[in-house]
Write a protein that binds this ligand. Structure first.
Ligand SMILES: NC(=O)c1ccc[n+]([C@@H]2O[C@H](COP(=O)([O-])OP(=O)(O)OC[C@H]3O[C@@H](n4cnc5c(N)ncnc54)[C@H](OP(=O)(O)O)[C@@H]3O)[C@@H](O)[C@H]2O)c1
Length: 282
């Protein structure tokens, strides 16, 4: 059995390769990368694979049985890019595709859901056996704001009292490796999220505990939060996107009560306060 992972040089992909290495022989793992030099330190075979260069796709999948398609990072281009990957996988005779989708994709109001749903539909139409890992939010998305919260003495956001069931990238990566290597778990749709949900006020409390400073959570209207992020130096579209995600989180878009992720990885997901403490400790 040979496993290939797209986006292997990204943050999730690197963790998946590591998790796969502890479950199978390294010569059964192929790292697919648009820049193979970036994959040189992964310790497995790297093959050129660029979603925007269709001629690179099918040849790189030669001999691959199971493919992890980690969703691309180019928002707005992913429908086309994922379609090219699925076509190539079919042409190359890949038997099974595992795809990283979005938590509760059919009903998720976050604008990202559309491209994930399109990809899920393409997979269904492809006739290739597949498994959907509908990943919830990475806790790391919020950890990025911890240093500035400590520096400025407040954590800002637009998520109100919305509960966030995030998990560490490493938790999602381990689940992907488990599903890739265990055929009895395949063909399913997994809604994956952290065991414990929290609000941003809870996160501010965790930052206070870890830093020894009083860090309140200051909730803002979506437009004000976007403006604050722009003022802090983020590009306008990124700031608007993050504020949009927070505003949807306020309505419950990132909350989930199932425990499928911890069941797959055979341990509790990493608690948010643990990750906050590690971030504050640097
Ligand atoms: N659940 C969440 O909270 C969350 C948050 C952010 C993103 N996501 C989604 O999850 C995916 C993985 O997350 P991540 O944190 O690992 O993101 P990341 O670090 O940005 O990794 C994205 C990967 O996609 C690769 N890629 C981008 N365009 C490509 C192309 N044209 N051809 C081939 N490869 C291409 C990148 O290659 P390079 O290494 O060469 O750049 C990188 O390896 C993201 O791409 C996004 O779809 C989820």
């Amino acid at each position: 059995m040979t496993y290939a992972v797209t986006g292997s040089t990204g943050q999730l992909g690197r963790l998946v390769i590591e998790a796969l290495k502890s479950r199978t022989e390294t010569d059964r793992i192929v790292a697919l990368a648009r820049d193979t030099e970036k994959a040189a330190d992964l310790g497995v075979e790297a093959r050129l694979f660029d979603y925007d260069k269709p001629e690179t796709l099918a040849p790189a999948l030669d001999g691959v049985d199971t493919l992890l398609l980690i969703s691309g990072s180019d928002i707005g281009q992913r429908g086309r890019q994922h379609a090219a990957v699925i076509d190539a996988a079919k042409a190359a005779g890949v038997a099974h595709i595992v795809y990283t989708s979005l938590l509760n994709a059919p009903d998720n109001p976050i604008m990202l859901a559309q491209e994930h749903l399109e990809t899920e539909k393409l997979l269904a139409e492809s006739g290739v056996a597949h498994t959907l890992l509908r990943n919830g939010w990475y806790t790391e998305n919020y950890l990025m704001s911890v240093p500035s919260a400590v520096e400025h003495g407040a954590m800002i956001g637009s998520a109100g009292d919305g509960r966030i069931s995030s998990a560490a990238r490493a938790d999602f990566a381990e689940a992907a490796a488990v599903v890739l290597t265990d055929p009895s778990l395949q063909g399913e749709v997994y809604e994956l999220a952290g065991d414990d949900s929290y609000t941003l006020a809870d996160m501010a409390e965790a930052v206070s505990q870890a830093s020894g400073k009083e860090i309140p959570y200051v909730d803002m209207p979506e437009a004000d939060y976007a403006a604050a992020l722009t003022q802090a130096g983020l590009p306008e579209d990124m700031a608007a996107f993050l504020a949009h995600c927070d505003a949807q989180a306020a309505k419950g878009a990132l909350a989930h009560e199932g425990q499928a992720l911890s069941r797959l990885i055979g341990r509790p997901t990493t608690p948010m306060p643990t990750l906050v403490a590690a971030t504050v400790a640097g």
